[in-house]
Design a binder for this molecule. Structure first.
Ligand code: BJ8
Length: 427
């Protein structure tokens, strides 16, 4: 990334030395993992560019928007409705939660046995290496799992602009009423922050922008049903990760361009892996940038990931928001309906997720499912067992992986994943 951004990073209060070290590791990881792949769609070059500028040009764009009076809102969860943010001409960005940073500092604030995702958010803040959190005019923390909920009490002392969104735990009428009330409260907070009154026309526009982004991703995911796989799971994951950072209209365009290219590949029966490569569904905790460890292990062990049952994947993007309502209230109801369907493991019971995993295993014609749980993530680790049982009862091979963001277990993970892939091949 260019030298030109140093004064920008400095103005955001970043620790330049630590930030340089982070960018070095990120750049190397990206080259080794993504650029080393063969036969990628040409359209992935755009995503290579986005990643090379993820702390550079994209931050400059956000700061330019801020200078023009627009606001930036940071989020840690797919329950934060982007439609409402867009309706106020503001930008929603996912905050960095995909790598270990400043762990010693983090453990002065959080217990050691906290999941890596939460620790990562704190590490990026405490290490002063995340330009997104430093650019945010509002940071939304949501009451999902206990770890996040309690950690936001601590985060509140580290940032000046934390907004807490309460969320239901049950898919009941009362749960839905709570979500609706919280989305109305959030709308008011966004209006106050931006000085813009969100009316039906604005909401419709916000819904359309976000739906278009989702439709492009649906199109790409649908194309991944082809055999041979026309795009790697790593590249598809990258598009899902960039979903949270990029300008949404440009993102939509770029994903659609990849789809045009991938459609041609499918016609010609061209793939990134051979037809006989085992097809894997990855299910579980979200994988934020630069959490690429497990997908990289899977795809360098001879299998291809054809779907992600994850918030950085289909759990986060699969449903559209109905934009047919005429009034603000109708559209707010439609937004509530859409988000209430998200089957995060923090809900109890959460049978929809199990159903969705089974459906995905079938539609993507997978040979095996790898369930990815972050250590100390009780919701997903608890659900991993019934998920495995249900899949095995349908004769779908399943491997449960519990890991974190460290690189220490790479050798052990590789051995387990390779053995699983061999077993799936024999089957
Ligand atoms: S909607 S999955 S993005 S909460 S990994 S912090 S659950 S202990 S991230 Fe999530 Fe929203 Fe749900 Fe999706 Fe807790 Fe588990 Fe850590 Fe997690």
């Amino acid at each position: 990334m260019s030298e030109n951004y140093r004064s920008m990073w400095e103005s955001l209060g970043l620790d330049l030395k630590a930030h340089d070290a982070l960018l070095d590791v990120l750049g190397k990881g990206y080259r080794d993992i993504f650029l080393a792949q063969k036969n990628r769609p040409q359209g992935m070059r755009y995503f290579d560019f986005v990643m090379s500028e993820v702390h550079g040009l994209r931050i400059k764009e956000l700061l330019d928007e801020k200078a023009a009076g627009r606001k930036v809102i940071g989020s840690f969860c797919v329950f934060v409705p982007e439609e409402i943010v867009r309706a106020a001409d503001a930008t929603l960005v996912g905050l960095c939660t995909g790598a270990d940073f400043a762990i010693d500092e983090v453990e002065k604030y959080l217990p050691r046995n906290t999941c890596s995702l939460i620790k990562s958010a704190f590490g990026f803040k405490l290490g002063r290496v995340c330009p997104y959190i430093e650019s945010s005019d509002m940071i939304v923390g949501e009451n999902t799992c206990d770890g996040k909920k309690k950690s936001y009490e601590v985060l509140n002392s580290l940032v000046p602009n934390l907004y807490i969104m309460d969320l239901p735990q049950m898919k009941s009428a009362e749960g839905k009423a709570l979500l609706k009330a919280e989305y109305h409260r959030f709308k008011e907070a966004v209006e106050k922050l931006t000085g813009i009154t969100i009316d039906a026309a604005r909401l419709k526009k916000g819904i359309s922008i976000v739906n278009n982004k989702r439709k492009a991703i649906h199109r790409l995911m649908n194309l991944r049903k082809a055999n041979p796989a026309p795009i790697s799971g790593l590249d598809a994951l990258l598009t899902n990760q960039v979903f949270f950072y990029d300008n949404p209209v440009r993102f939509t365009d770029s994903v659609n361009k990849i789809c045009d290219e991938v459609e041609k590949r499918i016609e010609k029966k061209e793939g990134v892996f051979t037809e006989s490569a085992p097809r894997i569904l990855l299910s579980g905790c979200p994988m934020a940038v630069p959490n690429w460890k497990l997908p990289w292990i899977i795809e360098t062990s001879g299998a291809v990931i054809v779907g992600e049952e994850s918030c950085v994947g289909e759990r986060g993007t699969r449903n559209l928001t109905d934009d047919s309502g005429k009034s603000t209230d109708d559209l707010m109801d439609a937004i509530t309906d859409r988000y209430f369907k998200i089957d995060c493991a923090v809900f109890t019971p959460n049978t929809d997720r199990l159903k969705h995993i089974m459906e995905m295993a079938e539609t993507y014609k997978v040979d095996g499912v790898i369930h990815y749980g972050l250590q100390f993530c009780q919701p997903y680790l608890m659900e991993a067992i019934p998920v495995e049982k249900a899949l095995v009862s349908k004769n779908t091979s399943t491997l449960r992986i519990d890991t974190d963001y460290s690189m220490e277990d790479i050798g052990q993970l590789k051995t387990r994943v390779e053995a699983f892939i061999e077993m799936v091949k024999v089957k």
